[in-house]
Design a protein around this ligand. Sequence first.
Ligand code: SAH
Length: 383
Amino acid sequence: MAIDLEAPRRPRPGELTFEAPRRGKPPRHVADLTPAQRRAVVAEAGFPAYRAEQVARHYFARLEPDPQRWTDVPVRERAGLAAALTPQLLTAVRELTADGGTTRKTLWRLFDGALVESVLMRYPDRVTMCISSQAGCGMNCPFCATGQAGLTRNLSTAEIVEQVVAGARELAAGEVPGGPGRVSNVVFMGMGEPMANYRAMVAAVRRLTEPLPSGLGMSARGVTVSTVGLAPRIRELAQEGLPVTLAVSLHAPDDELRDTLVPVNNRWRVDEVLDAAWEYAARTRRRVSIEYALIKDVNDQAWRADLLAKRLRGKLVHVNLIPLNPTPGSKWTASRPQDEREFVRRLEAGGIAVTVRDTRGREIDGACGQLAAASPQQAAARG
Ligand code: SAH
């Protein structure tokens, strides 16, 4: 992948600083469209409609961004088709690697200057991509780096899909140690609240899971949508016929504490969120994942472990404990090892399946909750 090492754009002298990125729609892209819409767009641009399938094959199956290598398309049509269906949406501003190159975080600039990040993590048996659904986030969870800067805007479907395609290209080209490979898992755990960008998120999941060559051909079981708990959207997702894994960022079993850790809890309480999650599990037969960041002396008490176990007992559920990644300047830190062990022990004693999340990518700020490049100013400061 070509990496643009140019620094994030800084305001010129006299230019208004701190202006919000220009609004407006990202350019339309093949990954935004259904096969029928692609044909219509291609025909409207004056090309034979069947070129739509050829372009989709180059994009999703061959992962070939360069129209000059679309050799089954006449030379004179290549540039026009690329302009109509594969405009450049993401520009790599910076790529950081860790774990011998098997963890890679990319900072992307979007067409309007907004910045988002994605992380590729290669394990012996799988490749997981952690992707962003929004530039910034409006949910305001006080322990999360992304939340500090607020919401810039929703990503388009193609801006979401393109993060995965970019990782797929790196893997196919053998740029990730371990030989050529494929993306097996996608988690919506980068920047943003996917349920607050519901339509684009669902369409992106469809593109990821549609069979090659009209989509990326991934298994829906390999996709995880993580949410703060927008209960009505959880119920809606249960009806989509997309058996993705649902992850609920609970972080506290009681409303009093959750009101402060996940402010949207003031709107949808723990009970309502869990009810929606159980409906999701019942409809999709998928085990729900409960995310719980362990924060020292805040939510890691033994009684909270017991209360959590009680609330989850007998359900199709699994708890994923995440040692808190402290954000810069935060007064909070990760739990003591003995408290973490006791929390795990009590959940297990309560009959709950539990794992502790690995903390890959910490040294490149690529671990959960650390994706914070919400503004060019911030990115420049981190530079
Ligand atoms: N908005 C979605 C997805 C984004 S973050 C959500 O909230 O689920 C993915 C996970 O990382 C969430 O469970 C989130 O609560 C967690 N997280 C955020 N900041 C964190 C931090 N500093 N340490 C550990 N986990 C964090």
